[in-house]
Design a protein around this ligand. Structure first.
Ligand SMILES: NC(=O)c1ccc[n+]([C@@H]2O[C@H](COP(=O)([O-])OP(=O)(O)OC[C@H]3O[C@@H](n4cnc5c(N)ncnc54)[C@H](OP(=O)(O)O)[C@@H]3O)[C@@H](O)[C@H]2O)c1
Length: 277
């Protein structure tokens, strides 16, 4: 992978996180990575910090690229692809992290028989702790999936799914850090409400989330088993659980994931309808 040329189109939150992961991992030479964005200040900062190449024109960034990572917002992906189409090297691999755009639609917007891998990371890529799912477009090969896996492993864990599940992944883990941010904030508020200082309450909430996640991950135990471990008869945990069940926290989370899944499916629809009309 070291000598592959990688272009990242859109150097916002996710684009930058990926660029940092790639450079820090040492898997690709910085001189082989090129980022483009409409924000010149972002490009200047990236060039200085990561010693990668930058271009303010997307078409210049993809010239000679082996892999083009699409990291712009869904609302402008069609315009970006129409602009890129004539400049894309014939055999480059397109990797899209754009929510809601199926591989078939990306192939179509990029001019037909293109190798496309779709990925859904999350914002924790910024701290190399993302949960990413990848799926294979019709023209993509197994080797493309391996490459995509290596790229996203520089920012966290990677799992492969069928494309039909990508919107569900977007609803669960793509959007997921937001659920946890809100839970941390709510727990911190709750701590303050019962008398703790803000800083201590927030630190305790953060470490509790990290510790609970690590327990589920490292023990391999079902969360219900771990829940039973901490709910002693008549104790604090079982009383807190009763309160949560009354207000329906589980159903609220299920609703939120379903709503985000539906929204992901909607994002590419207007462009898919144009394609078919
Ligand atoms: N954020 C997440 O949690 C997350 C998680 C998984 C997947 N994603 C996907 O990742 C993609 C990027 O999200 P993000 O949060 O990184 O967004 P973002 O921070 O807004 O980054 C997009 C970048 O693209 C730039 N841009 C706008 N128009 C452009 C153009 N024509 N050519 C090149 N660059 C252009 C933007 O500049 P301006 O700021 O000036 O517009 C911005 O710097 C989205 O499609 C999203 O669905 C996001």
């Amino acid at each position: 992978m070291k000598d592959l040329r990688i272009a990242v189109i859109g150097a916002g939150n996710m684009g930058q996180a990926l660029l940092e992961g790639l450079v820090e991992s040492g898997q690709v030479r910085p001189s082989r990575i090129c980022a483009s964005d409409r924000r010149k200040d972002r490009l200047t900062d990236l060039k200085k910090r990561l010693r990668i190449c930058t271009e303010s024109r997307n078409t210049a960034a993809v010239k000679k690229a082996d892999i083009v990572v699409l990291a712009v917002k869904p609302q402008i992906l069609d315009k970006v692809l129409i602009e890129l189409k004539p400049a894309l090297p014939t055999d480059c691999l397109l990797i899209s992290i754009v929510a809601g755009f199926p591989t078939g639609l990306i192939e179509h917007l990029a001019g037909g028989k293109r190798r496309v891998v779709r990925a859904m990371p999350n914002i924790a890529a910024m701290v190399r702790m993302a949960a990413t799912a990848i799926c294979q477009g019709k023209q993509a090969r197994k080797a493309d999936m391996k490459l995509a896996r290596r790229i996203f492993e520089t920012c966290g864990t990677v799992t492969e799914v069928d494309e039909s599940l990508m919107d569900a992944v977007t609803g669960l883990s793509g959007t997921g850090p937001m659920y946890i941010f809100i839970i941390i904030e709510a727990l911190s508020d709750a701590g303050v409400r019962v008398g703790l200082g803000r800083e201590q309450a927030t630190q305790l909430a953060i470490q509790t989330i990290l510790g609970a996640g690590e327990m589920v991950r490292s023990t391999g135990r079902h969360p219900i088993y771990l829940k039973d471990m901490v709910t002693s008869p008549g104790g604090t945990a079982i009383n807190a659980l009763y309160s949560l069940e009354k207000t329906g926290l589980r159903a609220d989370l299920m609703d939120a994931v379903e709503t985000a899944t539906r929204r992901s499916a909607e994002l590419g629809k207007p462009y898919a309808e144009n394609k078919n009309s």
